[in-house]
Every structure is written in C-alpha cells, then in structure tokens.
Write a protein that binds this ligand. Structure first.
Ligand code: SF4
Ligand code: SF4
Length: 383
C-alpha cells in the first residue's frame, strides 16, 4: 500500500490555514477522511500550558484550520488532550485552546474525566485510555515537531500517547521501564488502537534542543500531513535528515508491522522536503537502547556513563516539587545539599529509569537532558 503524505511550506502562522488546506487538497480533500454527522476528536499536543510562541504545543492557528475543515465536512468537532499533570482544560487556557474553543463553540473534553480499558487484545494489558478517543467516529491527530529526550523526536505517533489519561502516563513510563524499544512498542500500540484518520504535524515553528518542553523554537517552516502517522513521522525524519533507526517509535512500528516506515511506499506530495535547510537543528542527547541482551549485566555499570540523564538547573528551579510528585520511579527528593547547606532537588540516578517525565512536566523548564559522562568525555563514543 502507498501512503500519501503532503509536505507544505509555510513561513508563519498566518499561512497555517492555507497550508493545511493545500495539504488536504493534495490528499484528496477532507471528505475523503470524514463522513457528515461524525463526531471528530481533534487531538493537539498539549504537553503543558505554555503560550504558542514557546512551541511546546500545536499552534492554535493550525487547530483552528482543522476545526474549520471538520465543520465544512458536516461533522461535529470536539477537542481534548491530557497533559502529564493537571487537567487539560487548565493547561488549555495558556496554550490558547480555551479561547479558540470558546470563539469557535467547540466542546473541550478532559481525558481524565472518563476513561475505558482499551478494547480488543493488546500486548500491554489493561491499557486505560480516554473514552472519547475510543468512541469518537474519527480522530484527527495534530502533532508538534519537537525533540524528545527519550524518543529522540516527538511526532505523530508519540502524540497519541496523550489519550492515556494524566498520571497513568507516568505509570506506563515505569512499567515499560527504561527500555526504549518496549516503551516505543506501547506508544505504537496506543496510536493504532483507534488509528487517526488524519495526522498533521505542525512544523512551522518546531522545537529543537532540550525538547519536548524546554527546547528552543526552530523555524522548520513545514506542515506535514498524511493518512498514516508512521509515514508522517518517516517523512519528518527525511526532512530533518535523521536516520529512522534513531527514532524508536519508527523501529517499533516496523517490528510490529504497523504503519509505513519505507520512503519507497510513501508518496510525498507538495513542496520538496529535500530542500529543507536543517543543518543547525539540534537534538537532545539520545537514549541508547538499554536492552543489551546477554550483556544486560553491564547495564548498571554503564547506565550513568552512557545514558542521558536528567539534570536540574538550580537557578531556574523554584522548588515547586511537581517533579518529585510525578517521578514514576520515586527517584527525586528535596534534600539538603551537603556543600551549601540548602535544600535542593536531588535525583538518585541509580533509581532513575530515564523516562524524562520530570523534564516534560517542570513548569520552569529547569530540568534538561544531559548526555552521560562517556558521551561528553570520549569524543565520538557510541556515535
Ligand atoms: S518541577 Fe521544576 S521547578 Fe518544580 S521542583 Fe522540580 S525542577 Fe524545580
Ligand atoms: S528522575 Fe526524572 S527521568 Fe528519572 S525516573 Fe524520575 S521523572 Fe523519570
């Protein structure tokens, strides 16, 4: 099967609506994906309540373009997401979604309010997901192109992790452990539970550096849209000149036979992605696979040297303790710093499973992901 993916240049968010419409025209029109009367869940990336210019969330102008298209198809849009902490409706205010919903008379659904066990047989037992994500007639997945400490990039497949309500996400981080492959298999499974009919990635202003919450806005200047979330992610890797093997969700999708990871089977339409100038796009220190097979006994020895680790910037930290509350491994505490005699957030690296939830949720952007000491001290180590 050939999956169509549209790549459209857009230099600012005033061009978002025309870019999304052009993408949809190339994909065959919105009517190809929706039927009149359907209830359509629009799922943006609302990682945290941050203003649109921080590039943590899908820009509201992209969301607005999609609401307009859904209505033109004769459907009823509803919108929702579940950040790691707090309710979606709380964070939606800062992200500009609350105002958008008010102005466009779109219902906002907090995923934490009503969840169900995922139907059918899943490899990951008792997956609890938002009811609306299972019961909507269709889902439109609106991702943000960002770097990510654990999954290298967070794109369309990873965005659907948001259908797991709030704090349960941290529990999945813990039970999938620091095994990036296992965790990514779970992400792929969640994404394809009720496959989004349409996947649009907001890469007009992407995030590079210390994503997914404390990185920097990066003018990638593309909207990428397609029918298959994995194919969309694969095309974004092509734009960013990233080997797909670096993105564990792509490797997992290929292993599981879900979605399309081969460019040969993806029809790219619109503007030429090969023209993207991304030589200065910065990535997080990547988490190498922790499953070392028969050499697993070496994992504890190399863990702190090789694997990227969370690091607190004490100048930014206001000691709100949200990271402590949500660390799934209970590896964080507020304790006296021996040398300075003042209390600081401490991370017990031997306990830490490198899920980077703390980096995602820190409201001050005070936790970054640093490469392990071997990466930093030995040039070219494991690269
Ligand atoms: S969440 Fe961030 S600001 Fe709050 S205590 Fe943790 S590091 Fe400090
Ligand atoms: S310290 Fe941070 S990265 Fe480590 S387990 Fe806790 S939340 Fe995850």
């Amino acid at each position: 099967m050939i999956y169509k993916t549209a790549v459209i240049k857009a230099f600012n968010y005033d061009e978002a609506e025309s870019a999304v419409r052009r993408a949809l025209d190339l994909l065959g029109g919105i009517d190809r994906f929706l039927k009149p009367g359907w209830k359509v869940l629009i799922k943006p990336n609302l990682l945290a309540g941050a203003p649109p210019e921080k590039c943590v969330t899908t820009h509201p102008f992209v969301v607005r373009a999609v609401v307009n298209l859904v209505r033109e198809a004769g459907c009823v849009p509803v919108m929702g997401d579940s950040p790691s902490i707090g309710t979606g409706s709380f964070h939606a205010k800062k992200a500009g979604y609350a105002q958008l919903c008010r102005e466009m008379e779109v219902e906002w659904v907090d995923f934490e309010d009503d969840s169900v066990t995922a139907p059918g047989k899943t490899a990951f037992k008792k997956l609890e997901v938002a009811r609306i994500a299972m019961e909507a007639d269709a889902i439109i997945n609106l991702a943000k192109v960002k770097t990510h400490g654990q999954t290298y990039l967070t794109l369309a497949v990873k965005n659907m992790f948001g259908i797991i309500p709030g704090v349960r996400k941290a529990q999945w981080h813990l039970s999938a452990g620091a095994d990036a492959v296992q965790f990514s298999k779970m992400l792929v499974e969640v994404c394809y539970l009720h496959k989004p009919v349409l996947n649009i990635a907001d890469g007009i202003m992407a995030m590079d550096g210390n994503g997914p919450s404390a990185g920097n806005p990066y003018p990638l200047n593309y909207i990428i849209a397609g029918e298959d979330p994995t194919a969309v992610d694969r095309v974004i890797c092509y734009i960013l000149k990233v080997k797909p093997s670096k993105v564990p969700t792509l490797a997992a999708a290929q292993l599981m036979g879900l979605g399309e990871t081969r460019l040969d089977n993806i029809e790219i339409m619109g503007d030429d992605p090969a023209e993207a100038k991304v030589d200065d796009f910065r990535f997080c220190g990547q988490l190498p696979p922790i499953d070392m097979g028969r050499f697993n006994f070496l994992v504890p020895l190399v863990k702190n040297g090789v694997i990227s680790q969370p690091k607190v910037d004490y100048d930014k930290c206001d000691q709100c303790q949200q990271c402590i509350e949500h660390c799934p491994a209970e590896a964080m505490e507020l304790s006296p710093d021996g040398r300075k005699g003042i209390e600081r957030i401490k991370i017990e690296l031997d306990e830490c499973i490198r899920c980077y939830c703390c980096s995602e949720i820190c409201p001050e952007g005070a936790i970054s992901v640093k490469q392990g000491w071997m990466w930093r001290r030995v040039p070219g180590f494991l690269k």
